[in-house]
Design a protein around this ligand. Structure first.
Ligand SMILES: Nc1ncnc2c1ncn2[C@@H]1O[C@H](COP(=O)(O)OP(=O)(O)OP(=O)(O)O)[C@@H](O)[C@H]1O
Length: 325
């Protein structure tokens, strides 16, 4: 199964993921994933539990090796030029790498030194990351005594202390209360102004409120790559049809707007298309002309939730036309 292609743009590509696979033993956790992230984008990386999000994030950051495929960050290969590539990445793992017995200042100074900062540059970076993450008043507090929300801010501060081009956040709001969630989301949006952000999550509203673009992974595969603005346009990109005398599905390739067809119960089919405004009308004409026994046709709402459920639910999908865009 392949994702729909992202809209081309002349912007600078900061992360280039090209045909990445990852096996754990014989189990395939990530399967031929490719995408790019541009400067200034906030990208939501969405998928159900076990979809392969964390594995992908770890490959992007060089923590885990891909079994196959390549990743480059700001033009540097994450394996062959690991040091240079990593200077452009800030990473907040699912379990923030905090030292509870250190104060916020001590910890962030340590994180800055690990990133090669020293002297006045370190002091300036420390002050800047604290201010950006709302930590000015807690520099001397022990991390262990901070609330979970503040600990998460510290985790984000260590991820941005070296002003990386790309910030990767893995499930940054898990375990936070609603107020803390709102604060961390505001902070992430703020980060998106100066950095490219990849936000891994399984929380749909998080993507809707923060991100410019969403990728959906399911069972290790990338099944959607789309701008949020395109989702919000209200234009449905799929229809459900009932066909009593359906042809072989490959026959439908004659309609080049069709991207994918899934078989549903009761002679029904979900047809995803490229958003052509009068697609439903065209399809109805096509089906009637060919006497396919059209008994039902309805357009589907194209909300992120509907798409997520469709793409990550029980999968009987047949890809009919990969190239259609
Ligand atoms: N170290 C490991 N050894 C073996 N299998 C693993 C390992 N890490 C992850 N997996 C498996 O790989 C698949 C993808 O896991 P991953 O943690 O990347 O998914 P995820 O989308 O981040 O899930 P979650 O939202 O639950 O964190 C799962 O089936 C998981 O069980």
């Amino acid at each position: 199964m392949s994702a729909q292609p992202n809209t081309a743009s002349a912007k600078e590509v900061l992360i280039d993921v090209d045909g990445v696979w990852r096996y754990y033993g014989d189990d395939c956790a990530v399967r031929d994933i490719s995408f790019q992230v541009q400067r200034g984008e906030v990208l939501g990386f969405l998928g159900p539990n076990g979809a392969g999000k964390t594995t992908t994030m770890q490959i992007l950051t060089g923590v885990l090796a891909a079994s196959r495929g390549r990743v480059s960050v700001a033009g540097h290969d994450i394996v062959d030029q690991a040091r240079r590539a990593r200077t452009h990445i800030g990473y907040l793992p699912e379990q923030p790498p905090l030292y509870p017995e250190l104060s916020v200042d001590e910890y962030l100074r340590y994180a800055g030194k690990l990133r090669g900062l020293k002297g006045t540059a370190l002091a300036a970076a420390l002050a800047d990351s604290k201010t950006r993450c709302g930590l000015d008043d807690v520099g001397r507090r022990l991390i262990r005594n901070l609330s979970k929300g503040y600990q998460q801010r510290v985790g984000i501060a260590q991820a941005i202390i070296h002003s990386p081009a790309v910030v990767i956040l893995d499930e940054p709001t898990v375990g936070l209360d609603p107020i803390q969630i709102r604060e961390i989301r505001d902070l992430i949006r703020e980060l998106g102004r100066d950095h490219s952000v990849i936000l891994s999550t399984h929380i749909l509203p998080e993507v809707q409120t923060i991100c410019d673009r969403v990728l959906i992974v399911n069972q290790g595969e990338l099944v959607l790559d789309r701008r949020l603005a395109d989702l919000d346009s209200g234009e449905s990109a799929s229809i459900i049809v009932g066909l009593r005398n359906a042809p072989d599905l490959s026959v439908l390739q004659q309609l080049h707007q069709i991207k994918r067809i899934s078989s549903l119960a009761g002679d029904r089919y979900r047809i995803e298309h490229d958003g052509t405004p009068d697609f439903a009308q065209q399809f109805a004409q096509f089906a009637v002309d060919r006497k396919w026994g059209l008994f039902e046709l309805m357009t589907e709402s194209d909300s992120l939730e509907a798409i997520f459920i469709r793409l990550t639910g029980s999968d009987q999908t047949t890809v009919v036309n990969d190239q259609a865009a």
